[in-house]
Design a protein around this ligand. Structure first.
Ligand code: ADP
Ligand code: ZN
Length: 615
């Protein structure tokens, strides 16, 4: 169908997608899901963050008679979603505990009049006898259960009230229900099905790939400076999240970045609730806040224009990494996932498992998960393939990760590995990496002399390789399990049984050279395309910076006047298109992705005015 064919001849769902949302076509399984729910079927939708879950229940609610009830666990989130719908001219509202009694009464009056298309409610409100009674007097088009993994008792986001949502099926057997989640794993799927009585629901399992996220893993040399270099090069004015392991590191990193003119704020569970809420609000409402946080910051971060997620420490598992990085680029525009790690992470995580109170069986699982994560970090082929393979998906090299972009050379590290393993062995497996490197490099330090290691035949056999490269090799040997960290307080290393074939020269060890050299910000990668991944930077590439700033300023003013976050007016990608296409008439705005009729009427003139100065 061409863009200028008469709207009336389109299927009704597509017509709404174009007219209300301003999107040209459905993505993936959206159309199938919508058809199924419109015709009254139940559905379980598994789709990654940013995949486009919302239209899967919003459009059916508009097409079916009555009001669609959306259950969502987070009040802050509901408010913004409802604001976004209202901006598009959809009759949507919200009922939650943060409202005044008058507000609630007004919403209930609308419900009784039958004028609402969508109502967002918190589960605890939905489940009150009074509200359920009210619902029985109304025409309900569907129930949408967002963040459905909250029924899972084993997940991080467990909400006891979610379990009771099965009453919806008992009390409203003829109303279709659609449950949605971005959690991939099989156990959670099964739990959602049984707990929500969705045994007969159609399952829509989408790929968990997030193609717009560029994955990069670097060796940590000076994490803060490496991060700063990236922020200054690729992310001027971007919103992003920086994850650290400890509260102390969060505070230090945020302060350090602020000293360097980055708009950074801290967030961790040790701060008082008020300060936390304030920082979260600023992150949502302002355009370029860098949130430095522990993993306490996460669930419900629905901000679509997060341009990067950086990890200064290793995440706990691949699943956690996938979830945390998934908060970037919900709007589909390019985003960065950047992880810096070093030997000390590996040592710390290995020790944490060994010294934990876990049962032996659980320790085995934990070790396996850590190995999988390290395998991802030390990967010599496409990172996305490794990530998706872990989530059970087959894929091809992606072209959008550090390794696809710059495969580097692999080098035969067998001899170097033999040297390091020998030094570890000959010095009695009683020393940490620093001392081993001193012996390798032939540094007669006080400690080397004291232990008589300068007399060993291995003393100085590794002068050809610099200390940093040795450190990097040690990390890889530990990651790969050839060197093991002993459970003592000195992080001493020992040679593992599996290293025998390498020591004997029976097995070759190929490693990626790039991991040794990468990371210090200054040393650009060889194919190093300038990674202008922020929408802002993209805009600057061929849009006059002052035009971009003027468009952003207008959006900011329009948003502030309504006390809304700017992205509710237009996403960055939409603003960027406005800058590129320079629409000359109101009608031209309709051709821009993300602008439907209502926003064209409401904001077109405002932006025409801004553009006028730049023609
Ligand atoms: P999710 O809830 O799955 O994280 P959303 O429903 O918020 O994702 O959608 C993510 C982004 O994708 C939004 O910016 C939305 O406007 C956009 N989007 C959704 N469906 C389409 C589509 N068919 N075409 C273009 N953009 C879409
Ligand atoms: Zn790749």
């Amino acid at each position: 169908m061409t863009a200028d064919s008469p709207l009336l001849s389109e299927p009704p769902a597509l017509e709404i997608l174009r007219r209300v949302y301003g999107h040209e076509a459905f993505r993936g399984q959206q159309a199938a899901i919508i058809d199924h729910v419109v015709s009254g079927g139940d559905a379980l939708v598994l789709m990654p963050t940013g995949g486009g879950k919302s239209v899967c229940y919003q459009i059916p609610a508009m097409l079916r008679d009555g009001v669609g009830i959306v259950v969502s666990p987070l009040i802050a989130l509901m408010q913004d979603q409802v604001a976004a719908l209202q901006q598009m001219g959809v009759a949507a509202d919200v009922l939650n505990s943060s409202q005044t009694l008058d507000d609630m009464r007004a919403v209930e009056a609308q419900l009784r009049k039958g004028t609402l298309q969508l109502l967002y409610v918190a589960p605890e409100r939905l489940l009150t006898p009074r509200f359920l009674e009210l619902l029985h007097t109304l025409k309900v088009s569907l129930f949408a259960i967002d963040e459905a993994h909250c029924v899972s008792q084993w997940g991080h986001d467990f909400r006891p009230e979610y379990i009771q949502l099965s009453v919806l099926h008992q009390q409203f057997p003829n109303v279709p229900r659609i449950a949605l989640t971005a959690t991939a794993d099989k156990e959670t799927q099964a739990e959602i099905r049984t707990r929500l009585a969705l045994d007969d629901a159609e399952i829509y399992l989408n790929s968990f790939d997030r193609p717009n996220i560029r994955y990069r893993v670097v060796e940590r040399t000076d994490a803060k400076r490496q991060l700063l270099a990236i922020l200054e090069r690729d992310h001027v004015g971007s919103a992003g999240i920086v994850y650290c392991q400890s509260r102390k590191k969060v505070d230090e990193t945020a302060a350090w970045l602020r000293d360097r003119k980055i708009n950074a704020l801290p967030y961790h569970a040790g701060m008082d609730a008020d300060a936390r809420r304030k920082n979260q609000q600023r992150f949502l409402r302002e355009e370029s806040v860098v949130m430095v946080a522990t993993v306490a910051f996460g669930m419900g971060i629905d901000k679509p224009d997060v341009r990067f997620v950086a990890h200064l420490d290793l995440p706990s598992t691949i699943e956690a990494y996938y979830q945390e990085t998934g908060r970037a680029g919900r709007d589909g525009a390019p985003a960065d996932a950047w992880l810096a790690f070093g030997l000390s992470d590996v040592v710390l995580l290995r020790r944490r498992i060994e010294e934990s109170e876990l049962s032996d069986a659980r320790k085995i699982v934990s070790r396996r998960k850590l190995d999988a994560l390290l395998g991802f970090c030390e990967a010599t082929s496409c990172r996305r393939m490794a990530l998706l393979a872990y989530l059970g998906e087959q894929s091809q090299p992606c072209g959008n990760c550090d390794i696809c972009l710059d495969p580097g050379e692999s080098w035969d590290a067998s001899i170097a590995a033999q040297k390091m393993l020998s030094v570890c062995w000959r010095t009695g497996q009683r020393f940490g990496v620093g001392h081993l490197i001193d012996v390798l490099r032939g540094d007669a330090t006080e400690k080397v002399t004291r232990f008589g290691h300068a007399q060993l035949p291995v003393f100085g056999i590794g002068r050809d390789i610099d200390a940093n490269a040795w450190k990097s090799l040690a990390r890889q040997l530990v990651s790969l399990g050839y060197l093991v960290v002993q459970s003592d307080q000195f992080n001493t290393l020992a040679v593992s049984e599996t290293a025998r074939p390498i020591l004997k020269g029976e097995e070759k060890l190929n490693l990626r050279r790039a991991t040794v050299n990468m990371g210090s910000g200054k040393k650009a990668r060889r194919n190093g395309t300038s990674e202008a991944t922020t929408a802002a930077a993209l805009a600057r590439a061929d849009v006059a910076p002052d035009l971009w700033d003027a468009l952003r300023a207008r959006r900011r003013d329009l948003a502030a006047a309504q006390n809304l976050p700017p992205y509710v007016i237009f996403h960055d990608a939409t603003l960027l298109e406005i800058a590129h296409r320079m629409p000359a008439t109101l009608a031209d705005f309709l051709a821009i992705p993300g602008i439907g009729e209502r926003k064209m009427k409401r904001y077109g003139a405002d932006f025409l005015e801004v553009l006028a100065a730049y023609r």
